[in-house]
Design a protein around this ligand. Structure first.
Ligand SMILES: [Zn+2]
Length: 239
């Protein structure tokens, strides 16, 4: 059944109002990632009182939590810090590993937050880990499948494509509680273990909040893209 969305809103004439929103979201993603770089740079210049490096911070947090089977490794790149649950490795980047800035300490603690999420069986990270393979397929193959179904005028393929793409969107949404919770754990531990002072915590919080905004922007962008795909192709696919 055709709902007339395309005609009413000018899709048939090549004008796509939701595309403007997609572009705005893409710009917001760029702004968020530029901001995290500049905030990181700012707080990378402030040395923490404890003098612990990012790597030492991570080791201390792991030790305090009785975690002995996770190692702390140095990876190259800029803001490439992550926790690799398969290899049980907290990977800290050039700017984090050997630096004792409040930015480096905050990021290192955040990655340990992810370690603890795995250790405590935090539900959102379990969901996230479970859908990683499907989400990877969804982000690469979703739109091509939809387009193929559309050009072949084969609506089941369009529907499959939209569902596959939805997995990538769900992944982005589940990432949000995972990231906010890791940062929350990080700041609580830094204060509790006396690694950072009260004012230093507020600096680290600014770095981690800026990083979280990049995830919010990309999740919002993915939701808008999905919404647009459903409006354009979903309804036509059901003709
Ligand atoms: Zn994270």
């Amino acid at each position: 059944m055709y709902y007339g969305y395309g005609r009413g809103y000018g899709y048939g004439m090549g004008f796509d109002p939701l595309y403007i929103l997609v572009i705005i979201m893409a710009i917001l993603c760029m702004v968020a990632s530029a901001r995290v770089s500049s905030v990181y740079k700012k707080y990378a210049r402030i040395r923490s009182m404890s003098g612990l490096t990012g790597a030492q911070t991570a080791m201390e947090i792991l030790r305090r939590n009785g975690i002995t089977d996770v190692t702390v490794a140095h990876v190259s790149g800029n803001l490439t810090d992550h926790y690799d649950p398969k290899r049980r490795m907290v990977c800290l980047s050039d700017a984090t590993y050997g630096s004792c800035s409040v930015a480096a300490v905050g990021v290192a603690a955040h990655e340990c937050g992810h370690v603890l999420q795995h250790y405590t069986g935090y539900i959102p990270i379990r969901i996230r880990s479970a859908i990683v393979p499907a989400a990877n397929i969804g982000s690469k193959a979703g739109i091509p499948i939809i387009l193929l179904g559309f050009f072949l005028s084969f609506s089941p393929l369009v529907t499959i494509g939209i569902w596959v793409f939805s997995l990538a969107v769900i992944f982005q949404l589940v990432t949000l509680p995972v990231e906010f919770n890791a940062s929350h754990r990080a700041l609580v531990m830094l204060e509790q273990y006396g690694i950072l002072g009260h004012e230093e915590i507020t600096h680290s919080r600014k770095v981690l909040s800026a990083a979280a905004m990049t995830y919010v922007a990309s999740a919002a962008s993915a939701v808008v893209q999905l919404f647009r795909l459903v409006l354009i192709y979903g309804r036509r696919g059901n003709d």
